[in-house]
Write a protein that binds this ligand. Structure first.
Ligand code: GAL
Length: 894
């Protein structure tokens, strides 16, 4: 557009200019950044001409509520993330073919804009296959019904649908001005997801599909780099990236591509009946430091916040409703310490090295010992680098690693001696002073719940603990109930010959599908069983995920499993008998090749065995099908729907009736702390609060064995290494987001399959109750001091090396000190006592600094803590405090 102002009078020209300027301002007001371009070279992403070392935080928008998003993004930013990463969730966005949903928890545009307005970049992994322990790996179930479709291969119907969705997302992002070159936050996109894992199952068509997907993606003209994770045959114009617990040995398939880690598994997911996995932060920090040490430049935590699989979004089979993931921010949005804090320090340390890291093409390798090595990033003074911010000054940063799992190592580096703890990396932003060591945790540790048996990181030299407790109270003393009919309940059922595949019938509109038939039993058979004292059995060749077997309206038995054989002895009467099988899916398959063929329900034959004259093949009979539960289809869990059902008062305590609905009203707990329902008194089912589906619940116990009291961070991690919660139900608490609650009269509706006691359902609130910290006088100084100190000649440096202890309570809480000792305190959090050496004035100093505040910092030195209580001994400061509500305490936090 060219504008000519010359022939208009001056006053009009001013006016026009004013309008034009305000238009520009208006459109700039909508931008999050000055438009910038993103490219890459073999070293890193290049943002506006500058190479960057980037820390990214995985947060899946539908696993939280929009009300939670701002705080989650802010906590990620405070923790040192510069990028937020998410998948897109196709089945959430297009639940019915051609009908899109970008509202509420699926408001991707709002989420992206929040990321941008927080000053963070956005990495959007479109997939659209995402795995992610998400129902059907993100695929809409209607995709299975497209004639001739085969997922994730060179198949025309599939490619057409995939292209349509990917195009839709890219266009939406472009229309909303969300790409970097438009002033938006998006710097990178992903197509497909870990296809390399399954590619060989598809042969030549698989290889063709990779090329097609890559070409299709880049042709969309999004204008930012695309990645494919775990895709060794990614074409030249796509960056192939690493996913895993460690990615420091990863090499992309071309020396023109940078080393990216798209999924750093900082914890793991779990199944109903599984143990809870924990990844020690010392090992996680070690993995991240090693990655940057050995040339990596982009690292994304999978997950930084895991969140919750609300409704029926959990994948499977059998993934639980919580997707906490042992992530740095827990399921409720609270900081999970020490993970969050120790990683925050790590990110600050890496940041201090960024200028040196980007300035050189590859590090200088120095062997320090048999299992010790240094990587030095040294930019020479006159070696001007266009990638480094500090102009032509000399810059040196180094990483010293001890990969020995057992022993401390003393190493010599550039004329100095360094003591490296086992399985650790020390980061030296100036090639001299240690700013950070991955094994020395200086942040608070959390025991999220006292009954959770979370491992105490007792091998950590500096242990800080924070216990998080919940206050529980019964939801209600008065409940109403309603029976769910066994078998057919509406005219919508239909009859067909033989056994139909579960998903073909339900289309996943419900977990539940009734299979109903009637069989005729002769008097001969009945006498045969009587005479031989035997029973007939109903056998199913193969079944997933759960089946309840009802005979003549009574529950005969049930089975749980993934394509398992079922043999259920039953009682039959002479004449006609009703057989009703309630088949359930518990999260559709989200991983593996040929997902479209997986399905649910039954495979093979269903037979009646143990008859006098051989087996009866029930698979050939005619069966009547009924999709879903009556209460579910009538939506008796909604604010409108529940009034239409014929509820009756529930009087029996400890009721144990299968297939029952329960409802009650409750008041929200006071305050703003996150809320959960404790459903340990129940069996298995679904729960809704004010019509919001909070997810599946199941009180299945995890195995008695295989858990650890304490967890040794040293050595290679896998998800079975540090598990907890043995012998307990895998999940008992279910997050009810605050925004779904009103002050009083909240409607809770529960559908229970096996029997449970609703009178014992309770509400819990979550907050950090106790905080403990322990830091020795030889700990490294706070990272903030390096950052504040600035640089001398382009080289960061630091003179004051006194360590500092930081304590913080969550918003609305303030510190009340219960124990403090500088000297040789003994014990662990909540069991501290003074040792033989104790500085008498230290408790007073700490109270003065911390009491009544939300956060405080304490310098750990003789001078700061009232003098040296015992010469020649390395002293430690240990503090324990309670976080008390600032309202109750009558303080306002300051
Ligand atoms: C990866 C996958 C993710 C997620 C993860 C396990 O292989 O790409 O989507 O499923 O495993 O949490």
């Amino acid at each position: 557009m060219s504008i000519t102002l010359m022939r208009t009078p001056i006053s009009q020209r001013w006016c026009f200019l004013f309008v034009l300027l305000s238009m520009v301002e208006f459109s700039i007001g909508k931008l999050f950044f000055h438009p910038f371009n993103v490219t890459y070279d073999h070293r890193s992403l290049i943002i506006n001409g500058r190479r960057r070392m980037l820390i990214s935080a995985g947060i899946h928008y539908p696993r939280a509520t929009p009300e939670m998003w701002p705080a989650l993004i802010a906590k990620a930013k405070e923790g040192g993330a510069e990028v937020i990463e998410t998948y897109t969730f196709w089945n959430g966005h297009e639940p019915i073919k051609g009908e899109y949903n970008f509202e509420g928890r699926y408001d991707l545009v709002k989420f992206a804009k929040l990321v941008g307005s927080s000053g963070l970049y956005f990495f959007l992994r479109i997939g659209p296959y995402v795995c992610a322990e998400w129902n059907f790996g993100g695929f809409p179930v209607w995709l299975r019904d497209i004639p001739g479709i085969e997922f994730r291969t060179n198949n025309a119907p599939f490619k057409e649908e995939m292209q349509r969705f990917v195009t839709k997302i890219v266009k939406l992002m472009r229309d909303e001005m969300l790409f970097s070159w438009q002033g938006g936050p998006i710097i990178m996109l992903q197509i497909e997801n870990e296809y390399g894992d399954v590619e060989s199952s598809y042969g030549k068509k698989g290889r063709e599909y990779v090329k097609w997907a890559a070409n299709m993606a880049v042709r969309l003209g999004a204008g930012v780099p695309w990645v494919m994770c775990k895709q060794n045959d990614a074409p030249d114009f796509i960056i192939n990236t690493c996913n895993g617990y460690y990615c420091d040995g990863f090499k992309p398939n071309s020396n023109k591509k940078p080393i990216f880690w798209t999924e750093d598994w900082d914890g793991w997911y779990t199944t109903w009946g599984g143990r809870l996995p924990h990844r020690p932060v010392e090992d996680l920090a070690f993995a991240v430091a090693r990655f940057f040490q050995r040339g990596g430049s982009f690292q994304n935590y999978y997950m930084y916040f895991g969140g919750t699989n609300f409704g029926r979004t959990a994948g499977g089979p059998f993934y639980i409703t919580s997707y906490d993931y042992d992530a740095p921010i827990d399921e409720y949005g609270l900081l999970s310490e020490p993970k969050w804090g120790h990683l925050k320090d790590l990110h600050a340390a890496i940041k201090l090295c960024e200028d040196s890291l980007v300035a050189v093409d590859s590090p200088h390798y120095v062997k320090l010992g048999p299992m010790q090595e240094a990587h030095v990033y040294h930019k020479q003074g006159n070696g001007r680098s266009s990638f480094s911010e500090s102009g032509d000054g000399s810059r040196c940063s180094a990483f010293l690693a001890n990969i020995d799992q057992h022993n401390v190592a003393l190493v010599h580096f550039r004329g100095q001696t360094y003591k490296l703890p086992p399985w650790s990396v020390s980061i030296l932003p100036d090639c001299q002073k240690v700013a950070y060591n991955t094994a020395k945790v200086g942040a608070q540790t959390s025991i999220k719940r006292l009954d959770d048996d979370t491992p105490h990181l007792s091998n950590t030299p500096v242990v800080q603990q924070l216990s998080r407790q919940e206050k529980a109270s019964l939801v209600s003393e008065s409940w109403m109930t309603l029976d769910e009919p066994v078998g057919l309940w509406s005219a919508n059922n239909f009859t067909a010959q033989g056994i139909l595949e579960h998903l073909n019938v339900t289309k996943d509109s419900s977990d539940y599908l009734w299979y109903f038939t009637r069989i005729n039993i002769s008097d001969e058979d009945v006498s045969f069983w009587k005479d031989n004292r035997t029973h007939p059995a109903l056998t199913i060749d193969s079944m997933r995920d759960v089946v309840y077997i009802f005979v003549n309206g009574k529950l005969a038995g049930s089975k749980v499993g993934h394509w398992v054989r079922v043999v259920q002895p039953i009682n039959l009467l002479e004449g006609y008998n009703d057989v009703a099988l309630l088949s359930l899916t518990v999260g559709l398959q989200n991983y593996g090749a040929n997902l479209e063929k997986d399905g649910g329900g039954f495979r093979g034959q269903i037979k009646l065995t143990g008859l006098k004259n051989g087996d009866m093949d029930l698979s050939k009979l005619s069966w009547t099908y009924q999709v879903g539960l009556k209460g579910e289809m009538q939506e008796i869990y909604t604010l409108d729907g529940h009034e239409k059902a014929a509820w009756v008062d529930l009087t029996t305590n400890g009721t144990k009736i299968p297939l029952s609905w329960y409802k009650t009203y409750f008041n929200a707990p006071d305050g703003l702390d996150p809320v959960a329902l404790d459903l340990r008194s129940m069996g298995k089912g679904l729960a809704w609060v004010n019509g919001h589906h909070i997810g599946r619940y199941w009180t299945l116990l995890s195995p008695q064995d295989g858990c650890k009291q304490s967890c040794d961070y040293r050595g290679t991690y896998d998800s079975s290494k540090c598990t907890t919660n043995c012998g307990n139900p895998t999940q008992v608490r279910y997050h009810v987001p605050r925004s779904w609650l009103q002050e009083s009269d909240n409607l809770l509706v529960v559908f229970e399959e096996t029997g449970g006691n609703p009178f014992e359902i309770s509400l819990t609130t979550h907050y950090a109750q106790n905080i403990c910290a322990q830091i020795s006088e030889s700990h490294y100084p706070p990272l903030s001091r390096w950052l504040n100190h600035g640089s001398v000649d382009g080289q960061v440096s630091i003179n004051d090396t006194t360590p500092e202890m930081h304590l913080h309570c969550e918003d609305g809480y303030i510190i009340s000190v219960v124990f403090a000792s500088y000297g040789t305190p003994i014990g662990i959090c909540q069991k501290y006592s003074k040792g033989s050496c104790h500085a008498p004035k230290s408790s007073k100093v700490i109270s003065r600094l911390c009491e009544g505040r939300q956060t405080c910092s304490i310098r750990v030195s003789n001078a700061d803590l009232g003098g040296d209580p015992c010469r020649g001994v390395v002293k430690t400061l240990a503090v324990e405090a309670k976080c008390v509500s600032s309202r109750v305490a009558g303080f306002s936090s300051f």
